[in-house]
Design a protein around this ligand. Structure first.
Ligand code: HXC
Ligand code: NAP
Length: 276
C-alpha cells in the first residue's frame, strides 16, 4: 500500500494515548511527515519506548507519563509541551480502555472506568490543551469506534462513551470553529495486531473468524490506514472538513460490525457452560 505524502515540517503534533497501537501508528505517520511530536500515556516505560521509536524518523520528540483522568497533571503537561515546542497544530485524543462485559454483570465502577478514560478523558484533553492550540489553524482528531453508532452486546460502556466522544467532536467543532480550530472524529474499523482486537476478537475466537467476513473490503485495517486518514484530515487539503465523523473501516460500520457484539455474547454464554 502506498504511503500518503504530506508535509508536516514545522508542525507540532500531540498524541494523547500515543504510545501503542493505532495512536502510535498515527504518531509515526506524522513523524515520517516531518512533524515535531509529543506523546502521552500512563506508563513511563511505554512513553520511553514510543519516544525511541519515533526518534528513528529524525525529528524532535517529547513524552509525558500522565493519565487523562488527572486534570492537574494534564495542565502541567500541556503547559510544558507548549513552553518547549510552541503552539500545538494537531491534537489527537485517542486514550481508551475496553474489555468485554455484559451490562448486567459489570460493576458501576467498571462502566465508570471506561467512560472516565474515553469520554471524560477526551474532554479533559481537549479542554486543557485548548489554551495551547494554534489559533487559527489547529486540527483536533478524536479517535472514536464503530460502537459509537452500532450498538454492540458486551460493549454498553464503550458504546455510551464513544457516542459521547462523537457528540463532543460535533459540539466543539461548532464552538471552536470560529477561532479556526477544526474538530473531527476518526472511526477505526478492526485494525490488525492491536490491543483492541486482542481483547475483543482474540486469535481463534468466534469474533476473529467473523471479523474479516463482515468487512465489505474483506480485510482488517492497518495502523498505516489510520495514519493516512489522520494525515489527510489534519491537513490543509481537508480545511473545510469540520465536525465530521469519518469511518476508516473498509465499510464495516455499514452493518457488519454488529456481528462482533453477537460473537462476544455467544463466547460469554459458551464460557458459562459446564465443561468449557
Ligand atoms: C469486568 C472489569 C474488567 C473486565 C476491569 N474491570 N476489567 N470488569 N470485566 N474484563 C473493572 C474492575 O473490576 C474495576 O471495577 C473497574 O473495571 C476498573 O478497573 P481497574 O483495573 O481499576 O481500572 P484501570 O486500572 O483504570 O484500567 C482501565 C481498564 C484497563 C479499562 C480496566 O483494561 C486498561 O487500562 N485498558 C487500557 C488499554 C485498552 O483497553 N486498550 C484497548 C482499547 S480498544 P471494580 O468494581 O472491581 O472496582 C478500544 C476499542 C476497540 O477501545 C474496538 C474494536 C472494534
Ligand atoms: P491501545 O494500544 O491499548 O492504545 C491505547 C493507548 O491509550 C495506549 O497508549 C495507552 O497507554 C493509552 N491509555 C489508556 N488509558 C489511558 C489513560 N487513562 N490515560 C492516558 N493514556 C491512556 O489500543 P488500540 O487498540 O490501538 O486503540 C487505540 C484507539 O483506537 C482507542 O481510542 C480505541 O478505542 C480506538 N479503536 C480501536 C480499534 C481497534 O481495532 N483496535 C477499533 C476502533 C477504535 P498506557 O497503557 O501507557 O496508558
Amino acid at each position: 500500500m502506498s504511503q500518503c505524502q504530506f508535509d508536516y515540517r514545522d508542525k507540532v503534533v500531540f498524541v494523547a494515548g500515543g504510545t501503542s497501537g493505532i495512536n502510535l501508528g498515527i504518531a509515526q505517520g506524522f513523524a515520517k511527515a516531518g512533524a515535531t511530536l509529543a506523546v502521552m500515556s500512563r506508563s513511563q516505560d511505554k512513553v520511553d519506548a514510543a519516544i525511541e521509536a519515533l526518534k528513528q524518523q529524525g525529528g524532535q520528540v517529547m513524552g509525558f507519563a500522565a493519565d487523562v483522568r488527572d486534570v492537574d497533571r494534564l495542565k502541567v503537561v500541556f503547559e510544558q509541551a507548549h513552553r518547549e515546542l510552541g503552539p500545538i497544530d494537531v491534537l489527537v485524543s485517542g486514550a481508551a480502555g475496553n474489555f468485554p462485559a455484559a451490562a448486567n454483570e459489570m460493576s458501576a465502577n467498571a462502566f465508570k472506568a471506561v467512560v472516565d478514560i474515553d469520554l471524560l478523558g477526551t474532554f479533559n484533553v481537549l479542554r486543557y490543551c485548548y489554551d495551547y492550540l494554534r489559533k487559527p489553524g489547529a486540527s483536533i482528531i478524536n479517535i472514536s469506534a464503530p460502537q459509537a453508532f452500532i450498538p454492540m452486546e458486551m460493549q454498553a460502556h464503550v458504546c455510551a462513551a464513544k457516542a459521547g466522544v462523537d457528540m463532543l467532536t460535533r459540539t466543539t467543532a461548532m464552538e471552536w470553529g470560529p477561532e479556526g480550530i477544526r474538530v473531527n472524529s476518526l472511526v477505526p474499523g478492526p485494525i490488525e495486531g492491536t490491543e483492541g482486537m486482542k481483547r475483543l476478537a482474540p486469535a481463534g475466537s468466534l469474533g476473529a473468524q467473523r471479523v474479516i467476513d463482515s468487512v465489505p473490503l474483506k480485510r482488517q485495517g492497518t495502523v498505516e490506514d489510520m495514519a493516512n486518514a489522520a494525515l489527510f484530515i489534519a491537513s490543509d487539503i481537508a480545511s473545510y472538513i469540520n465536525g465530521a465523523v469519518l469511518p476508516v473501516d473498509g465499510g464495516w460500520g455499514l452493518g457488519g460490525a454488529g456481528q462482533l457484539g453477537q460473537s462476544l455474547a455467544e463466547m460469554a454464554k459458551l464460557a458459562q457452560q459446564p465443561g468449557t
